[in-house]
Design a protein around this ligand. Structure first.
Ligand SMILES: Nc1ncnc2c1ncn2[C@@H]1O[C@H](COP(=O)(O)OP(=O)(O)O)[C@@H](O)[C@H]1O
Ligand SMILES: [Mg+2]
Length: 260
C-alpha cells in the first residue's frame, strides 16, 4: 500500500449532538484507498450517524472530514465548522455509495430503472450505456433475470442485491454498508454476504462495512474498528481485535455478541 498518498477518508475530532445527546464524541480515523474496514459496536454507539454524515445526510457540530484530499467539513481559523461549497460536495458525493439496512428501492420502478435512474439523471449517462452497465451489475449480483421485475416481486436478499448494484452503478470509490443483512431472514443473509465478498476482491474498492456479524467481519475486513459511545475504542487487524482485544470494553462486547 502506498503510505504517502493521502487517505481516501480522513476524519478528525468529529462531534455530533442530537439535542442534548452527544452521539459522536471526538471521532478520528483514516481509511486508505482499497482498504476494507469493518465497524463493529453496540447499538446506539453512532455507527449509522457516522455513515450518514459521510453521505451528507447529516451535519456534524464540529470536526473535519476529507474525502480523497478534498475537505467536506473543515474548521476556519476562527474555529467555526463549515461545509464545502455545493459543487465540491457534489463531487465528493459522487465518490461515495451507500447501501442501507432497509434497501430504499423505488417501488414504482423496475429493477433496471432503479439502477439506471441516477446514472442517467445525475451523471447524464445515455440510456443504452446505463442499461448496458446495469446489465453487467445485475449479472454480477446474480439477478440478470430480474431486470424487469418490480421490488415488491423480490425477496429481501434480492432487493438488497439490487440496492448494491444500484450504488455501484454510480461508480463510487468508497462503498458504505450499514448493516445490510440485518433486516433479512437468516437464510437470505448468505447471498448478500457473497456479493460483498466478491466486491472485496476488487483491490481498488474501498469498503466501510458496519456489521453485527462478527465471523463475517473477521473474514472480509483487513481492518476492524470497535465503536462505543461515539468514539473508536480500539482498532486493528481482525486477528488482533477478535483474538486478543486490548480494551475491556471490546472484550465485554465480543463476549456479549458471541455468547448469544
Ligand atoms: N435523527 C435523530 N434524532 C435524534 N436522535 C437520533 C437521531 N438519529 C440517531 N439518533 C440517536 O443517536 C444514537 C446513535 O444512533 P446510531 O448512529 O443510529 O447508532 P448505531 O448505528 O451505532 O446503532 C442513538 O441513541 C439514536 O437514538
Ligand atoms: Mg445503525
Amino acid at each position: 500500500m502506498n503510505e504517502s498518498r493521502p487517505p481516501i477518508l480522513r476524519i478528525r475530532d468529529l462531534h455530533k449532538w442530537y439535542d442534548d445527546l452527544h452521539i459522536l464524541r471526538g471521532l478520528s480515523c483514516d481509511l486508505r484507498a482499497g482498504e476494507k474496514v469493518a465497524i463493529i459496536g453496540p447499538s446506539g454507539s453512532g455507527k449509522s450517524t457516522l455513515l450518514r454524515l459521510l453521505m451528507t445526510l447529516e451535519s456534524p457540530d464540529s470536526g473535519e472530514i476529507e474525502v480523497d484530499g478534498q475537505a467536506m467539513w473543515s474548521t476556519t481559523p476562527a474555529g467555526r465548522t463549515v461545509a464545502a461549497g455545493e459543487d465540491v460536495l457534489r463531487r465528493i458525493r459522487a465518490k461515495l455509495g451507500m447501501v442501507f439496512q432497509h434497501f430504499h428501492l423505488f417501488p414504482h420502478l423496475t429493477v433496471l430503472r432503479n439502477i439506471t435512474a441516477a446514472p442517467q439523471i445525475v451523471k447524464g449517462i445515455a440510456r443504452d450505456a446505463a442499461e448496458r452497465r446495469a446489465g453487467e451489475l445485475l449479472e454480477m449480483v446474480g439477478l440478470a433475470d430480474k431486470a424487469n421485475a418490480y421490488p415488491a416481486q423480490l425477496s429481501g436478499g434480492q432487493k438488497q442485491r439490487v440496492a448494491i448494484a444500484r450504488a455501484l452503478a454510480m461508480d463510487p470509490s468508497v462503498m458504505l454498508f450499514d448493516e445490510v443483512t440485518s433486516a433479512l431472514d437468516p437464510e437470505l443473509v448468505g447471498e448478500v454476504q457473497d456479493v460483498l465478498r466478491q466486491l472485496a476482491h476488487q483491490a481498488a474498492m474501498t469498503m466501510l462495512i458496519v456489521t453485527h456479524e462478527m465471523q463475517f467481519a473477521r473474514e472480509i475486513a483487513d481492518h476492524v474498528m470497535f465503536f462505543d459511545a461515539g468514539t473508536i475504542v480500539e482498532q486493528g487487524a481482525p486477528e488482533q481485535i477478535f483474538s486478543a482485544p486490548k480494551e475491556d470494553r471490546t472484550r465485554e462486547f465480543l463476549q456479549r455478541v458471541i455468547d448469544r
